[in-house]
Design a protein around this ligand. Structure first.
Ligand SMILES: *Cc1c(COP(=O)(O)O)cnc(C)c1O
Length: 410
C-alpha cells in the first residue's frame, strides 16, 4: 500500500486554495469579536459601533432582570444540566417553562430545546420519512431545509409564498403523509407568511403545517404571542394541524427554542426527535431567565410600540433616500428590513461605507440569499432610538448617491 506522509497530492492540501477561492468570490465570512455596550451599540473588534445586526428585537438580551433571573437559576439548579432530558436532565425549571410557553402561545403542550437549529433538523425527520412528502417554501431557513433533507421524505420546493403552486404540488402528490414547512417571518426578507391560507390548504389536503416563528415570537400578535395569535389562530382557535416552533435567542433575549402543538404531536416528538433525545438538556438557568423574559414580553407593550415606530420611520426615510438608486427596500412590515443591493462586492462596499461612519449593518450574500440579491439586512430593535434610525437613513442616502453611476450629460 502506498504511503504518502507528506500529503503532497492529498485532498487535505486543497483547503488553502479553496479558502482563497472564497476570498476571490467575496464569499469568505469573518467573525468579529464583540462586546456589548449601551443601547444598540456594540464594541466590534475594539471599535464602538451603532449596530443594526441583532435579532434582540425587544432589547431584552442584557436586561438586568434577565441577568438576575439567570443568576438565581444558577444558584438554585447549578450551571450544567448534566444529561439528556430523557435521562436526568429535565429540571423542574425546564418543566415549568414548557407549561408557561404552551400557555403563552395558546397551544396545548410545548417541548423546550437548547437551540432552534437542532429543533428543526430533529422534528422534521421525526414527523415524516421515506414515502412521505414535504412542501417547502423556497426562502425557508437553512435548518428547515436541512431537517427536510435528513428526513428522506420527498421534498417539493415551491416558489416563495406561491400558494397556488403549493396547492398544485399537494394535489399532484400521492403521499399519504404531507407536511408543509414554512418560516412565519422570512429571516432575510422580513415578510410574513400567509398562515390562514397555508392552514386552509392543510385542511383541504390532509396536511400538517410546521411554522418557524423565530422572528415573530415576542414581536407579532397581542402581547407578542407570535404569528398564530397575530392571525387569531391560537387558544380556542388553535388547530391540531399546526405545529408552532419558535426560538428563544431572538426577541426573548436568551437562547434555545421550543415546539408547541397538540398533546399527541408533542408526545410523539418527545419519543422520536433524535436531536432532543441524544443531546444534553438546556441549562435550567436559561429556563429561569426565560420565565422573566416571558413576563416582560407580555407586560411591556411599549417595546413593541416603539419598535413599530422605528420600522415606519426607517421605511419612510429610505423610501425617499433611495429614490433614483438601483437599491431596493424590501416590502417588509417587520423588524427585518432588507436593502437589496445586487452584486456581492457592491453589498460589501456599502457595508464598508457604513462601517466607516460607525454603523454596523451586515451584508448578506449567497448562499444565504439567492445569487444576485446580496443585501444589507437591517435589523431594528426596541433598543434603538429615533436618532439612531435617522443616522442610518442619512448614511445610506449619502452612499446611494455616491455609489449610483451618474447618467451621462448630453
Ligand atoms: C435563528 C433561526 C433559527 C435557529 O435558531 P437558533 O436557536 O439560533 O439555533 C431557526 N429558524 C429561523 C427562521 C431562524 O431565524
Amino acid at each position: 500500500m502506498a504511503i504518502n506522509p507528506s500529503l503532497t497530492s492529498s485532498w487535505l492540501n486543497e483547503f488553502p486554495a479553496r479558502i482563497a477561492e472564497l476570498d476571490r468570490t467575496h464569499l469568505r465570512r469573518r467573525r468579529r469579536v464583540v462586546v456589548p455596550e449601551d443601547g444598540a451599540h456594540l464594541q466590534i473588534d475594539g471599535q464602538r459601533m451603532l449596530a443594526f445586526c441583532s435579532n434582540d428585537y425587544l432589547g431584552l438580551a442584557s436586561h438586568p432582570a434577565l441577568v438576575q433571573a439567570a443568576c438565581d437559576g444558577a444558584r438554585a439548579f447549578g450551571v450544567g444540566s448534566a444529561a439528556s432530558p430523557l435521562v436526568s436532565g429535565h429540571s423542574a425549571a425546564n418543566e415549568a417553562l414548557e407549561h408557561a410557553l404552551a400557555r403563552f402561545v395558546g397551544q396545548p403542550r410545548a417541548l423546550y430545546f437548547y437551540a432552534g437549529y437542532a429543533t428543526n433538523i430533529g422534528i422534521v425527520p421525526a414527523l415524516v420519512g421515506k414515502g412521505d412528502a414535504i412542501f417547502s417554501d423556497a426562502l425557508n431557513h437553512a435548518c428547515l431545509i436541512d431537517g427536510a433533507r435528513l428526513s428522506s421524505a420527498q421534498i417539493h420546493r415551491y416558489a416563495h409564498a406561491d400558494i397556488a403552486a403549493l396547492e398544485q404540488a399537494l394535489i399532484n402528490s400521492p403521499a399519504r403523509r404531507k407536511l408543509i414547512i414554512s418560516d412565519a417571518v422570512f429571516s432575510m426578507d422580513g415578510d410574513v407568511a400567509d398562515v390562514p391560507a397555508l392552514l386552509a390548504l392543510c385542511e383541504r389536503h390532509d396536511a400538517l403545517l410546521l411554522l418557524d416563528d423565530a422572528h415573530g415570537f415576542g414581536v407579532l400578535g397581542p402581547q407578542g404571542r407570535g404569528c398564530l395569535a397575530h392571525f387569531g389562530l391560537s387558544g380556542e382557535n388553535a388547530s391540531p394541524r399546526v405545529l408552532y416552533m419558535a426560538t428563544l435567542g431572538k426577541a426573548a433575549g436568551v437562547a434555545g427554542a421550543f415546539v408547541a402543538g397538540s398533546e399527541a404531536l408533542i408526545e410523539w416528538l418527545l419519543q422520536k426527535t433524535r436531536s432532543y433525545i441524544f443531546a444534553t438538556a438546556a441549562p435550567a438557568l436559561l429556563a429561569t431567565a426565560l420565565q422573566t423574559s416571558l413576563q416582560l414580553i407580555e407586560r411591556e407593550e411599549w417595546r413593541r410600540e416603539h419598535l413599530q415606530g422605528l420600522i415606519s420611520r426607517l421605511r419612510q426615510g429610505l423610501t425617499q433616500g433611495l429614490q433614483g438608486s438601483s437599491w431596493r427596500l424590501g416590502e417588509s412590515p417587520t423588524a427585518i428590513q432588507p436593502v437589496v443591493i445586487g452584486p456581492n462586492d457592491a453589498a460589501l462596499a456599502v457595508m464598508d461605507g457604513l462601517r466607516a461612519r460607525g454603523l454596523w449593518v451586515p451584508a448578506i450574500r449567497p448562499p444565504t440569499v439567492a445569487e444576485g440579491t446580496a443585501r444589507l439586512r437591517i435589523a431594528l430593535s426596541a433598543a434603538h432610538t429615533e436618532a439612531d434610525i435617522d443616522r442610518l437613513v442619512q448614511a445610506l442616502t449619502e452612499l446611494a448617491v455616491a455609489m449610483t453611476p451618474t447618467p451621462l450629460r448630453s
